[in-house]
Design a protein around this ligand. Structure first.
Ligand code: PLP
Length: 429
């Protein structure tokens, strides 16, 4: 049976009577109705800071536990505040099911464990977020799940790696720090033909600017710690299921798909995997990130336009060997990125200096920009990826991952762009 929060989310989407225009992203976020009227008419979803829920009768309790009625039972499984956050995202993305977890890594691990079993394989690239790489190559490998690393920009190579045991093709839409972009139309055409779900980490370009479903993505993963949280307020992760995949060809979900059709992934995730792994988002975080959503497109516009402004000027500075940003016309992926992500593809860029020593000296001279990891804080952050995020990997592996000792990564925040440029300029000197 499939009935509880997901179906309820889908229903109350239509409760709002104001005829909103099709692309009214901000209105949709701001005015997603509650699933039940609030007792006090609270204009912000209250934080339901409770573990369990009381029932009037044993019969009602039974019905809730088996999913016959859409009532909450325990906050590890569903919670009204988290569900409201999920339904806001469902409203704007048009997804079938949205699950909020307590970090981006929790979203990745929950999604992959929903799809993979011993003997299955995952196709991805070595150009991945460090923990995601380690999750595939160590954590999943220990359970007999093979990861086949290949060049995802080479569609023939991807196709030749797919077989009957392939449970997912996983990618990051803009890799970090390489800034590699895959042709999503071409990739999704072959995954669709092969009956393999396309799972994409879209953290770098949020759903206000990138419509994953239109590019054939089946499962979208977001670290909501980044843009969504509203300035690094909290950790979070999202699994967005577009309900656009036929799970009959999935090594793990084919039996469920006979009963649930395109809902099989979300049923498996919500009824088993996420309950057992126990990494559901907490209500305080959902409240913070709901506020973050309200200003998402505004912050994205500002940060990405500052980013483009900075990279253009950075290209002219002596001492800077190269600047890597998909929004620069000189970038190898410019056209592809423009078609998929628009003219401002995210607020992260990298640049190369002469050496590792020059990078360290640059970081040490920064006065306004913070030396820190993380992306899309309201503050601008800079890091030397090779010695930090990728520090645990061998130099050989870093080379294969194309993480250079000469690269600085910058995540652009909300500061006045003139000051940001001045800080970079004085630190490069
Ligand atoms: C940060 C990040 C993650 C991990 O998210 P957490 O919220 O830190 O667990 C995954 N993928 C990408 C692209 C990221 O930038």
């Amino acid at each position: 049976m499939f009935s509880y929060s997901e179906t309820r989310n889908a229903k109350h989407e239509t409760q709002n009577t104001f005829p909103m225009s099709e692309n009214n992203f901000n209105n949709k976020f701001l005015h997603t109705p509650y699933s039940k009227p609030d007792a006090y008419g609270a204009l912000s979803m209250p934080i339901y800071q409770n573990a369990a829920y009381e029932f009037a009768t044993a019969e009602e309790m039974e019905a809730a536990f088996i999913g016959k009625i859409p009532e909450h039972t325990y906050s590890r499984i569903t919670n009204p505040t988290v569900q409201h956050f999920e339904s806001k995202i469902q409203t704007i993305t048009g997804a079938f099911g949205v699950t909020a977890l307590n970090s981006g890594m929790a979203a990745i691990s929950n999604a992959i464990i929903t799809l993979a079993k011993t003997g299955s394989n995952i196709i991805t690239s070595k150009h991945l977020f460090g923990n995601t790489y380690s999750f595939f190559s160590s954590t999943m490998a220990a359970f007999g799940v093979e990861t086949r690393f290949c060049d995802l920009t080479n569609i023939d190579e991807v196709e030749s790696h797919i077989d009957a045991n392939t449970c997912a093709v996983f990618l990051e839409i803009i890799t970090n720090p390489q800034m590699e972009v895959v042709d999503l139309k071409a990739l999704s055409a072959i995954t669709k033909a092969a009956g393999v779900p396309l799972v994409a980490d879209t953290t770098i370009v949020p759903f206000c600017a990138f419509k994953a479903k239109q590019w054939g993505i089946n499962i979208e993963i977001v670290s909501s710690t980044k843009y969504i949280s509203g300035g690094a307020t909290s950790l979070g992760g999202l699994i967005i299921d577009y309900g656009n995949f036929n799970w009959i060809s999935s090594p793990k979900l084919h039996v469920l798909s006979k009963e649930f059709g395109p809902a099989a992934f979300t049923v498996k995730l919500r009824k088993e995997i996420h309950r057992n792994l126990g990494a559901y988002m907490t209500p305080q975080v959902a409240a913070l990130q709901s506020i973050g959503l309200e200003t998402l497109s505004l912050r994205y516009e500002r940060a990405t336009s500052s980013c483009l402004n900075l990279v253009k000027r950075l290209e002219t500075l002596t001492g800077v060997e190269s600047v890597n940003y998909n929004g620069l016309e000189s970038n190898h992926f410019y056209e592809l990125s423009l078609s998929q992500f628009g003219k401002n593809p995210g607020a992260m860029f990298t640049f190369n200096l002469a050496s590792r020593e020059a990078c360290f000296s640059f970081l040490n001279k920064l006065k306004l920009i913070k030396r820190a990891t993380n992306l899309f804080d309201n503050k601008t952050l800079a890091i030397h990826p090779a010695s930090t995020i990728f520090g645990p990997f061998t130099p050989e592996l870093r080379q294969e991952m194309r993480v250079s000792d000469k690269t600085i990564r910058v995540s652009v925040g909300m500061e006045d762009v003139e000051d940001l440029f001045k800080d970079i300029e004085q630190a490069v000197k």
